[in-house]
Design a protein around this ligand. Sequence first.
Ligand SMILES: O=C(O)CCC(=O)C(=O)O
Length: 259
Amino acid sequence: MKWTVSCLQFDISYGNPSENFKKAETLIEQESRHADVIVLPELWTTGYDLTRLDQLADENGEVSEQWLKKTAKAYNVHLVAGSFAVKEGENVYNTMYIADNSGQIVKRYQKAHLFQLMDEHLHLAAGNSDGSFELDGVKCAGLICYDIRFPEWIRKHTSQGANVLFISAEWPLPRLDHWRSLLVARAIENQCFVAASNCTGSNPDNEFAGHSLIIDPWGRILAEGDRTEGAVRAEIDVSESASVRETIPVFKDLRRDLY
Ligand SMILES: O=C(O)CCC(=O)C(=O)O
């Protein structure tokens, strides 16, 4: 399977979902002329407006899901739609949605690792299930930002067969070097594609790094953004993941008896 994958990066308007929906839809409309799969950043409708998240969060994901189904179908594109603040009962979850190009929602993943440095644990609840899904018969996983610092969590998904990892983030500029190194490492050690979308711009507390990345299973960077808004796009041949896994059989050589 060959896909053209586009990671969108943009400056999120803080606490302003209607503005962000407009911006995302303009970019999706443009990029859907080229891409089979479009990836969006983390919490892109609200930004990190955590103290107001209780009011801004989407009750049971109703608005997000409706928007997603309509948009994926209208532009005939698979959407790894980044994450949304979704309220369920008393809790707000940092929730990623994936829809296929017919407008069906194929996955909902709630961020498992909350980032204490940005107070996520004070405003959000952590998810307890994994991010594995399939698109066009390709095994994939969708994970969020801080999750990439947990190689065991990523390995769980690639051990289940994921050949493509999609990452949505609001990764701050001061740790841009970590972002790049961790993503390249996750691609090399898991012998899979990584397509990672990160927002640009800033909010009252942070500047964000942009630098969305698409990396192949050998760890080569196929496309990388800078800090300007737009799309970072590359064609990927998903079968390359299996051939790298044959060349260096890391998964066969895992010592599951030792660790
Ligand atoms: O791990 C990091 O340095 C950044 C993580 C982060 O910003 C997040 O998970 O939202």
